[in-house]
Design a binder for this molecule. Sequence first.
Ligand code: ACO
Length: 324
Amino acid sequence: FSTARITAIGTYTPDRVLTNEELEQMIETSDEWIVKRTGIRTRRIAAEQEFTSDLIFAAIENMLSRYPVELSDVDYIIVATSTPDTIFPSMAARVQAKFSIAQCGAIDVSAACAGFTASIQLANSLLLSGVYKKILVVGADAMSKITDYTDRSTCILFGDGAGAIVMEYTTDQPGCLLASFSRTDGNGGHQVYLSQLAPTIEQTPIQTNGKIVQNGREVYRWAVTNVSKGIQQLLADHEYTIDDIDWFVPHSANMRIVEAILERTGIPREKTLTSMEQFGNTSAASIPLALDQAVQQGIVKQGDNLLLYGFGGGLTEAAVFIRW
Ligand code: ACO
């Protein structure tokens, strides 16, 4: 064999819980509306002086406390985030310094809610090509820093969190990546975005306020249609069926999107792992948060087939079908 395996996982969410009842005090909304439309009950919010790098460090510490994994020989770091404390230095470079990793490459990946799965796809290719032997992959976002808490159509959705995994080259076990898939529809870029600089995307005027702006209905329609078709295409192209999926881990944008995807694809609800009920939409962290909860509870077992499917701003999708 000449393959790549996931050998460790860790996660972190801030202590501060923001409930639907608290949001009722901040904007005109109700717990009932939020739960019915999104399935979200609570989110975690970073402290004022707690940033994405802090969430990442804590997720990695959590991983180190649970797995006998060495970081000193990591030779590449990939951090997927849309909320870096600084655009440069990258969050990946901050991780290199924090954990005193001697020699390694480090990049941040910008693919919004598809960032974590896109990074697994990248890491797997770098490992299989023989360029690197051990890669630290992180998905992390402090969405509260870019959320407009006066906009009731978006502020009910987002939360903060981070997840980290280690992927290693191996020659004695079957690989973890069974199939992968990625595609982008940049013409829909203006449907959900964060802008501080340019006042247009192509010819479309946008707000330059440093906060998330979205057309919720369009994002909903795009996600349900494209992710459902994407799942069917990924499986068919590699001669798998829905029955080969032990666990489906979609990006936890909101429960209604996930339910519509389940209805269209026939994936059973009881095989689906989500994190939005407790943590809201945590963007690049939502998939590792849902996965790690199930790993810690012993629900996901070694040898299980997992379909991780990220989708979001771009508009972009990245899916990986992996064996745990
Ligand atoms: N509380 C109460 N009422 C609200 C709220 C709220 N928080 N937000 C909006 N409303 C009202 C609107 O003002 C509107 O009222 P009106 O009919 O009097 O004008 C009504 O509810 C319906 O508004 P819509 O925006 O049409 O509501 P919709 O049914 O589309 O639900 C939602 C909004 C939940 C955002 C939905 O569009 C959605 O799930 N979209 C997907 C977007 C998403 O998940 N994005 C995440 C980021 S991108 C990603 O991760 C993929």
